[in-house]
Design a binder for this molecule. Structure first.
Ligand code: ADP
Ligand code: NI
Length: 214
């Protein structure tokens, strides 16, 4: 058993009852995308793999907003596997800095490995899977699909973004359609373009159907 195998086992078990958009299969897709992007980059693959596997281990969205529980859970696990302190610190820094949360604040940590895992996570918020995840999350939170009277809010602070109870369609304008311009890597950018175009097509069709056949 390698550390990666043990990590996969641990993550599957931790996310057993997770919401459909943040379950083991989300982690598996992010892991695969991260490995694909990493092929074109110079990076520490162990850090990329561990961070991709552990990035949503205890998301604050599902733990009363507690932003420490994810890093803490990851650290405890990595220490139990005798992973070096240097790698642990890097993986934890990625987990702490990967999330979007409105996107309107300066990140204090940068690394190639963060860029890779962040792009991989963002790709899973786009395209057909991105659409499915957004509506699943909206349903999980009992949000309306769309309400033409509630406008999307751009430039939200981290706190406002986390508290938002807006319809799911607004999330496309508040986050999903902004991601294409935020991609870090060349591979990430290319894949994001395709998925972005697919979502735009979805939105056009959605509004046409909303307005009724004429
Ligand atoms: P965050 O946006 O909090 O940084 P994540 O990267 O964990 O978080 O978000 C993952 C996915 O969860 C989003 O891409 C989307 O599919 C879903 N999601 C998060 N917030 C919302 C929301 N307000 N409405 C719809 N889906 C959401
Ligand atoms: Ni994620």
């Amino acid at each position: 058993m390698t550390i990666i195998d043990n990590t996969i086992r641990f993550v599957k078990q931790q996310l057993e009852n997770a919401e459909g958009g943040h379950d083991w299969f989300h982690i598996e897709r992010v892991y695969k995308n991260a490995l694909l992007i990493a092929q074109e980059e110079t990076c520490d693959l162990t850090v990329v793999k561990l961070a991709a596997l552990l990035h949503d281990i205890a998301d604050s969205k599902f733990h009363d907003g507690d932003e420490n529980i994810g890093p803490k859970t990851a650290r405890n696990f990595l220490e139990s596997q005798n992973v070096s302190e240097e790698i642990i610190q890097h993986v934890i820094a990625i987990i702490e800095n990967i999330s979007f949360k409105g996107g309107n604040f300066e990140k204090e940590f940068h690394s190639k490995e963060l860029e890779i895992v962040q792009d991989a996570d963002r790709l899973d918020a786009l395209g057909a899977i991105g659409i499915a995840r957004a509506f699943n999350y909206g349903g999980f939170k009992n949000r309306p699909l769309y309400n033409p009277n509630i406008q999307p809010k751009l430039g939200m602070s981290k706190e406002e973004y986390k508290k938002s109870e807006a319809p799911t369609l607004n999330h496309f304008y508040e986050k999903l359609l902004l991601l294409k311009e935020k991609m870090n890597t060349e591979t990430g950018k290319k894949l994001a373009e395709q998925r972005h175009a697919y979502m735009q097509g979805f939105l056009s069709q959605f509004y046409a159907e909303w307005d009724g056949e004429k």
